[in-house]
Design a protein around this ligand. Structure first.
Ligand SMILES: [Zn+2]
Length: 100
């Protein structure tokens, strides 16, 4: 389920490089700034580094996991990446962790 607010974020994206990952992070940051998504708790697997502190120049967790929610329709989106290998990650729609 998506709505007019989040439909432009609803496309699944795969990252194959750190550069692609950070382009996606920039897109999500813009969406956060616009209020198109809000960050929500990603659960026990969440990234240690705050999403706002992620930097292409800085250290990254081996595994990144962040969850976001559309404030209008409640659609959940997940940004995940395995930075240890310098590649492998994705953005896409997800199911809620539990009751809202
Ligand atoms: Zn929506």
């Amino acid at each position: 389920m998506t709505c007019a607010r989040c439909e432009n974020l609803a496309e699944d994206v795969r990252f194959r490089s750190r550069g692609e990952l950070f382009r996606a992070i920039e897109t999500v940051r813009q969406a956060l700034a616009n209020g198109d998504v809000v960050e929500v708790d990603a659960g026990p697997m969440r990234g240690v580094v705050a999403f706002s502190d992620l930097s292409d120049a800085g250290p990254l967790d081996d595994l990144l996991l962040y969850r976001f929610r559309c404030p209008d329709c409640g659609q959940i989106f997940v940004l995940g990446a395995e930075t240890y290998h310098g590649s492998g990650g994705s953005w896409g729609k997800s199911e809620p962790l539990g009751p809202p």
